[in-house]
Design a protein around this ligand. Structure first.
Ligand code: ATP
Ligand code: MG
Length: 180
């Protein structure tokens, strides 16, 4: 289920609307320090449901909105759209393409969309939970995370393996059922 394109508007250093198209094979993104490479992977994680502002190197979630520079005023909205090719039906939706959009406004309001229809954050996280692409999965490995895996407690390492194996979502559902 390849990510075919990514559109970023007002997210972190991306003040100008920016579209990245991913063709078959491996894509490498190169650039000087501070040019926004990590911001691209963070945009992907954010649109897929990241809920931790700290995990995005911020204090509050609205810190992801372009904060302005000496030459450009700050923006009031950050928006990221991911286009997935779902012809292999890796995501449990009967559609060939899947478009996931997340927006956040300066006042903290958020909006989420699946295929342009408004939805909840939970719908997005559920969509990815069992695909091996969930926000806690290791399909996206940020700087410093490799050390974190080596140094993690055995229980946490087990969670990583369970998510990869696709059984983690059943554990979450079981825990939720037991709490009722
Ligand atoms: P490195 O090679 O050092 O890992 P990088 O290419 O991964 O660098 P990023 O960490 O993606 O760089 O980008 C950092 C830049 O993003 C910094 O210049 C920072 O000021 C800018 N930035 C982060 N958040 C915002 C924001 N909300 N508004 C404007 N700029 C931001
Ligand atoms: Mg980086």
């Amino acid at each position: 289920m390849p990510l075919s394109s990514l559109k970023i508007v007002g997210f972190k250093s991306f003040a100008e609307p920016t579209t990245l198209e991913f063709t078959q094979g491996v894509t490498g993104i190169v650039g000087p320090n501070g040019s926004g490479k990590s911001n691209i992977t963070e945009a992907v994680r954010w649109a897929m449901g990241e809920q931790s502002a700290k995990g995005l190197r911020g204090e509050r979630m609205s810190d992801v909105i372009f904060a302005g520079t000496q030459l450009r005023p700050a923006l009031n909205l950050a928006e990221v759209t991911l286009n997935f090719d779902n012809r292999d039906r890796a995501l449990k939706m009967d559609q060939d393409t899947l478009v996931v959009t997340r927006k956040i406004f300066r006042n903290g309001d958020s909006e989420f969309y699946i295929n342009k229809k408004a939805c909840r954050l939970k719908d997005i996280t559920n969509l990815f939970l069992d695909s091996g692409l969930g926000k806690a999965s290791f399909s996206i490995i940020s700087q410093g995370q490799v050390e974190a895996i080596f140094n993690s407690r055995p229980e946490d390492r087990r969670t990583i393996i369970e998510e990869t194996a696709g059984v983690h979502q059943y554990k979450i559902q079981k825990d939720a059922a037991l709490q009722k």
